[in-house]
Design a protein around this ligand. Structure first.
Ligand code: NAP
Ligand code: MG
Length: 405
């Protein structure tokens, strides 16, 4: 069988530790036997980020803007311990943060559902995709203590020096605390467009919620911006696609999410997204089955796994032990990126390969073959926990059958 050819290169961002090892295995065992892989390679491993003073991260994000699609391996975000471990020149920033800032993107996380891994909420038979607005609110706040007898005011000074003041609280009788938060119309609009585009792409309804009944200026601005952009740019496309944009209050949204069967996209303000993405990841069963894609408002995509570099497993690997690490979310990052490339370049064979790669991965797990962590929570009767390489070879065997069919 001839290998599938690509036209435009995929931006490939290599990473660190166990996921870097798995990255190479996925390419060798699952991709290059079937696809004449064409990538523009950027090594975002910490060693090379340090060598290039982190320029490689910026270059990889610029390349993603140029070509439109990237696939990223998990990377170390340095802390004090990594400074000594890697003898770093500086405590380099999180690559994901840098890339997100350059692409102005929104992160969508979607769980992979397989037989045997039962969500804690059993009515969730379809995935719930969560989108978190990753700018502002309490993550860029200013806070102060307000001692008894003080008065706190909000002051906005416009470009001409005119002040608008509002009393926050008069701390006559008690010590207290105050906090100032902000957001930007531009950032909210980018978030809204990324969500509307993703919903059209996925063919699923979009939900958005805030607390606009209480926060009549701040949260209401989010509601209005979403509504204005929907009416002006997306309403007709949504109707044509048979999907819906649905706004409600955040507490009502939680109740509806819990009662739902899944199968929609849930856009969240920054804090709601922080809290709810961890709730959903846990409720759906496993971090090893959580995919993630960064979507920019102008339609640039960066695919990755939601988990990190799985450090504990890597230290065992370095000791020469065979590890049992779940490669599925990283495989789905590759299949997602290749499918998007296929769609943009109109290569049906590549899209079919991506579909088959995902099907083979799911079949393998549903046949009971999986990593140790997944086996611990799987409800299947005949389970066979295997090491990472065996897991990948089992997927490859099924993939070959699907490709020959
Ligand atoms: P982690 O790498 O996600 O791993 C946490 C634990 O979750 C693992 O020790 C393992 O549990 C389990 N786990 C996660 N993914 C797994 C998989 N694919 N297969 C099997 N088990 C899996 O998070 P972390 O330990 O907090 O962070 C490690 C490094 O990753 C840090 O340097 C951090 O900066 C980085 N990180 C990067 C990204 C990213 O690039 N997007 C995201 C998060 C963290 P057991 O040990 O119990 O087996
Ligand atoms: Mg969180």
């Amino acid at each position: 069988m001839d290998k599938i050819k690509m036209t435009t290169p995929l931006v490939e961002m290599d990473g660190d530790e166990m996921t870097r090892v798995i990255w190479q295995m996925i390419k060798d065992i699952l991709i290059t036997p079937f696809v004449e892989l064409k990538t523009e390679y950027y090594d975002l491993g910490l060693v090379h980020r340090n060598e290039t003073n982190d320029q490689v991260t910026i270059d990889s994000a610029e390349a993603t803007k140029k070509y439109g699609v990237a696939v990223k391996c998990a990377t170390i975000t340095p802390n004090a311990q990594r400074m000594t471990e890697y003898n770093l020149k500086e405590m380099w920033k999180s690559p994901n943060g840098t890339i997100r800032a350059i692409l102005d993107g929104t992160v969508f996380r979607k769980p992979i559902l397989v037989k045997g891994i039962v969500p804690y909420i059993p009515t969730w038979t379809k995935p719930i995709t969560i989108a978190r607005h990753a700018y502002g609110d309490i993550y860029k706040n200013t806070e102060l203590k307000a001692p008894k007898g003080s008065k706190a005011e909000l002051v906005v000074t416009d470009a001409n020096g005119n002040e608008t003041r509002a009393l926050i609280h008069d701390f006559k009788n008690s010590d207290g605390i105050v906090q100032g938060v902000h957001n930007l119309d531009n950032s909210i609009a980018s978030f809204a467009r990324a969500c509307f585009n993703y919903a059209l792409d996925a063919g699923e309804d979009l939900w958005f919620a805030s607390k606009d009944t209480i926060s009549k200026t701040y949260d209401h601005r989010f509601k209005d911006i979403f509504a204005e952009i929907y009416e002006a740019e997306y309403k007709e496309k949504f109707e044509a696609a048979g999907i819906e944009y649905f706004y409600t209050l955040i507490d009502d949204a939680i109740a509806r999410v819990v009662r739902s069967e899944g199968g929609f996209i849930w856009a969240c303000k920054n804090y709601d997204g922080d809290v709810m993405s961890d709730m959903l990841a846990t409720a759906f069963g496993s971090l090893g089955l959580m995919t993630s894609v960064l979507v920019s408002p102008d339609g640039v995509y960066e695919y990755e796994a939601a988990h990190g570099t799985v450090t504990r497993h890597y230290y065992n690997y370095l000791k020469g032990e065979k590890t049992s690490t779940n490669p599925i979310a990283t495989i789905f990052a590759w299949s997602g990126a290749l499918r998007k490339r296929a769609e943009l370049d109109n290569i049906p064979g590549l899209a079919a390969y991506a579909d088959n790669l995902e099907k083979a991965s799911v079949q393998t797990m549903e046949d009971g073959i999986m990593d140790k962590n997944l086996a611990m929570i799987s409800k299947l009767e005949n389970k066979r926990p295997v090491d990472t390489e065996t897991f990948l070879r089992e997927i490859a065997a099924r993939l070959e059958k699907l490709m020959n069919a």
